[in-house]
Every structure is written in C-alpha cells, then in structure tokens.
Ligand binder design. Structure first.
Ligand SMILES: *Cc1c(COP(=O)(O)O)cnc(C)c1O
Length: 399
C-alpha cells in the first residue's frame, strides 16, 4: 500500500475471511417449533405428523401415494424387496451414483449390472442398457444425477420391451420435472432422500412413492412385516392384535423427523427459486472461461439443481481437479465430488473385476468434476465469493 494514503485497504482478491461450507442445512424457526411441539406431545415416533407429511409430500409431487421412511436407502431396499427381486436376478444401474443405490441391490442378493452414462447429463445411457439386458434382468434402477431427470422415455421403452420394472433413485430430484411431469408422480417406485445435505432435509429420512397396491405391500415390509401400523395399535380404539406376514425391516420415520419435513416441504418453492438464481449467476460467470464447463439442462426437463457440478477442461489448465479443490479450500470455499464411480470402490472393483476405464464416460468425467456450494442459504456475497475464487484459480493456473 502506498504510504500516506488514507482510507480502506482494498480487500485481497478472491479471498473470503470465513470458510463457506459446501451444503449446510437450512433450518428455520418453524421447523424448530414443530419439533418442540412434537417432543411435548404424547407421540414422538411414527404418528400423525408422519401421516400428514406423507399426504403433503404426495400432493407436492402429484404422487398416487407416499410412504415415509428413515432414509432413501431404506426406500430403495424396500422397493426392491417388495418387487421380489432376489438372488439370481440382475438390476441394471449407473456407476455415477452414491454407493447406496447399488448396495441395496446387493442387500437383496441380486447382481448389479453397471452401464455407462450419457456425456452431457451423466445419467444412465438408455442405448447402453439395451446391450446389458439378459434373461435374468428384472429391473432398471435409474438415478436422477444432480437433480437432472434421466431419460425416462428411453428407459421406460426398454423396460416395456423386456418386461422390466423401473425404480427411480430421486435422492437429488425434489422437485424435478421430466417433460412437464414431476418426478415421483407416476407409478414407478421412486425413492427420495431427506439426508442433511439434500434439497429437503429431516436430518435423516426418505420417502417412497408409487402406486397404491405397491405402497401397501411396501408399508408392511418396511415395519417388521406387521399387518398394521404400530401407532394405530396404541391409539384410542386401537387393538393390541397384529400378525407378522413377512420378516420385514425397521425403516419407519419418526414424527420428530416429519415435523422438520413438513416445514421444509412448505419452503421448497422458495428454496428452488434461490437455487435457480445461484445456478444462473454461476453459469453466466463461468460460461466464457475456457477451462470451465458449466452443467447443462436439456430442454425437456426442469432439474431440481441439487448439485452444481462444474467440469474442468483439463487441456486448458495446468492443474488437475484435486489441486483445483485444494486451491478453492485455500480460498475458504468448500466443495465436494459427486461421485467416485461405483466400480472404483474396492468391494465392487474386486467382486466384479472392473478396470477403471470399464465405464469411460463416468470415469473420465469423474476425474474432472467438482460440486460447488449450492443451497438456499447462500447470500449474494457468498455466491460472489465462490465465483471470484473459481475464476481466480482458473485464471492463475491457465495453460
Ligand atoms: C444421498 C443419496 C442416497 C442415500 O440417501 P439416504 O437418505 O442417506 O439413504 C441415495 N442415492 C443418492 C444418489 C444419494 O445422493
């Protein structure tokens, strides 16, 4: 600084003072009061608030029905078990997902068959599904990566031809639309996640949607295989009698979780508006930068924008993705990577003998992508800080 000059010192470029976390939950006073109300009531586990949350969630996505559970993983597992998928069966899915989507296939004893993804959306590629179908294939488990719907028309056409069920992992897809239709509004089993980092959170939680007959069986299986809900047993006029029809799971949601979910649901439209604003600002600022490739949205969808996945054009940079992340952390910007492809994890790599480039689109994109902070709690200043830091790293290390 020149001596004798008065006034504020110019801030250091692209450097914020405090760390910006990647995806903190956005919880308001309404959620807090509803949780306290539940704790002061006579009912804290699955009860009236869970039922209200199911009703409001089903109405929100236009689903025929909804079953609240304690995670999306529970929803996917319950769906596969309800469909009767078992040892000897195969389920086709994507390597570009969280391990839960594939672990549940192992949980029912079936074989996960991975197929590569489409280069623009990183969603499962229907062209490649056709080649992976065998007489043992029972289902296609599609994941709406980052909240961008998978090509459901292509997937469902194949499913009809080969008489397969389509199960959707919609952990990222609240609320997303495919050709005008909300994800979860059809008759496919669809599992949503309310994990702490997701668009709608209950700390831990999930929702399964689908047609009424499927959900009725799923509901029994998700609570010990019991013929009636526990909470009804203890209600006035309820009976102590129940029967175990199947050795089911313990996957029910609590009213404490549902209390959070009810308010998170009512805030989704506002949350989504803010996500879109942030995405628009990021993309406007990154689109002209040679080293940066912003995410795309196909014209026939409305993504839920769970993640802002930025891809690096490595020929335009002297550093790789890992160093890019370290440089952003040094500038106080938290990021993440979605996902380490399934076939790189030791369990799947070793069990099925996958080479790293077995799914080249997933693998090559994994090596050049990172997720930037994207949540409704970001201030305009936070967004400017992220943009400044990303541009600073890209320009400093330009090739
Ligand atoms: C978070 C996530 C899940 C698991 O959700 P839980 O509610 O934590 O079980 C499943 N699939 C994908 C793609 C996810 O991101």
């Amino acid at each position: 600084m020149p001596t004798g000059v008065q006034g504020p010192v110019a801030p250091a470029p692209a450097q914020r003072r405090t760390f910006l976390p990647f995806a903190p939950p956005v919880i308001g006073q309404e959620e807090i009061e509803e949780v306290v109300d539940t704790l002061k009531s006579a009912w804290i586990t699955t009860g009236p608030k869970t039922r209200a949350f199911e009703r409001e969630f089903a109405a929100f996505v236009g689903a025929p029905g909804a079953l609240a559970l304690n995670s999306c993983t529970a929803g996917l597992h319950t769906a596969l078990a309800t469909l009767g998928i078992r040892p000897g069966d195969e389920v086709i899915t994507t390597p570009m997902t969280f391990c839960a989507s594939v672990n549940v296939i192992e949980h029912v004893g079936a074989r996960p068959v991975l197929v590569d993804v489409e280069p623009d959306t990183l969603n499962i590629d229907p062209q490649r599904i056709a080649a992976a179908v065998t007489p043992r294939t029972r289902a296609i488990l599609a994941v709406h990566y980052a909240g961008h719907p998978a090509d459901l028309d292509g997937i469902e056409a194949l499913a009809r031809t080969h008489r397969l069920t389509v199960v959707e992992d919609a952990a990222h897809a609240i609320p997303a639309r495919y050709k005008g239709r909300c994800i979860g509004s059809g008759t496919n089993p669809v599992a949503f996640s309310f994990y702490a980092t997701k668009n709608l959170t209950t700390a831990e939680g999930g929702m399964l949607t689908g047609d009424a007959a499927f959900l009725e069986r799923a509901r029994v299986l998700s609570l010990h295989g019991m013929s009636r809900d526990a909470w009804k047993r203890y209600d006035q006029g309820g009976s102590w009698r129940y029967e175990v029809l199947l050795p089911g799971f313990k996957y029910n949601m609590t009213d404490i979780q549902a209390a959070i979910g009810l308010w998170q649901l009512r805030k989704q439209d506002a949350f989504q508006r803010r996500r879109r604003e942030v995405v628009a600002r990021y993309t406007a600022m990154f689109a002209g930068e040679e080293a940066l490739e912003p995410p795309v949205a196909r014209p026939d969808v409305e993504p839920a924008w769970h993640l802002y996945v930025l891809r690096l054009r490595r020929q335009a940079l002297r550093i790789g993705r890992d160093r890019f992340i370290e440089e952003l952390a040094a500038r106080n910007i938290g990021t993440s990577v979605h996902f380490i492809p399934i076939h790189l994890h030791p369990y799947y790599r070793d069990k099925y003998g996958y080479a790293a480039d077995a799914f080249p689109v997933a693998y090559q994109n994994y090596r050049r992508l990172l997720s930037l902070p994207l949540h409704p709690g970001l201030s305009d200043r936070d967004v400017s800080d992220v943009i400044a830091a990303v541009l600073d790293v890209a320009r400093t290390h330009r090739r």
